[in-house]
Ligand binder design. Structure first.
Ligand code: G3P
Length: 214
């Protein structure tokens, strides 16, 4: 399973990239707004650090606007993936952007049928938001599992990005469910590295090492 970093923060991206831990980046308008800089500058810099796919979201609500934005965004760097919300206008835009060879990530997916429609329109990726479903007491991981099954049943090449991830357990469960990608906040990536027994083990080795005559 690929790991994308879900952030627009350059320090986090540089750090995660230096660990060899990330295959791509996803952003959304909320994450970009936290950085207080021009959208274009932020996306271009991220694309120059990470060679893998970098999702940048279109904010128009009509297909014409989304297509226009998508063409513009994809011109910023070769690894830009245009994020489009799942709406009727969004599907229209995905169809047109796909026909032009532009990669898309259909976002705000909350049902398997939404994902199926996105795949039919030619989406490169779909992003089911599992944490936000968990927040309203629905099992987000069931959605990921159902989408993976549907895509397998009909040989869709659209990849499933498990998004809105809140914990390392989400990442492990997404991998078991067969998600192609998990996009994780930096904090979760840090948590994924850690294990208390690793820390205890390092300390014990160092304590014993200090007793070795040198
Ligand atoms: O980037 C989309 C998604 O990962 C957002 O997550 O935590 O705002 O639900 P969250």
């Amino acid at each position: 399973m690929k790991i994308f970093l879900d952030t627009a923060n350059i320090t986090e991206i540089r750090t995660a990239h230096s660990w060899g831990a990330i295959d791509g980046v996803t952003t959304n308008p909320t994450l970009v707004s936290r950085e207080g800089r021009r959208f274009e500058d932020a996306i271009k810099e991220i694309c120059s650090i990470v060679p893998g796919p970098v999702s940048a979201e279109a904010t128009s609500l009509d297909a014409e606007g989304m297509i226009k934005e998508g063409i513009q965004l994809s011109g910023w760097a070769p690894n830009v993936v245009v994020k489009i919300p799942i709406t009727a206008e969004g599907l229209k835009a995905v169809r047109e952007l796909t026909a032009r060879g532009i990669k898309t990530n259909v976002t705000l997916i909350f049902s398997p049928i939404q994902a199926l429609l996105a795949a039919k329109a030619g989406a490169t990726y779909v992003s089911p938001f599992l944490g936000r479903l968990d927040d309203i007491a629905q099992t987000g991981m069931d959605l990921v599992r159902d989408i993976v099954t549907i895509f397998k049943n009909y040989n869709y090449t659209t990849q499933v990005i498990a998004a809105s991830i809140r914990s390392p357990l989400h990442v492990a469960e997404a991998a078991k469910a067969g998600a192609h990608v998990a996009t994780v906040p930096f904090k979760v990536l840090e948590q994924m590295i850690k294990h208390p027994l690793t820390d205890i083990g390092i300390k014990r080795f160092l304590d014993d090492w200090s007793k070795v005559p040198r």
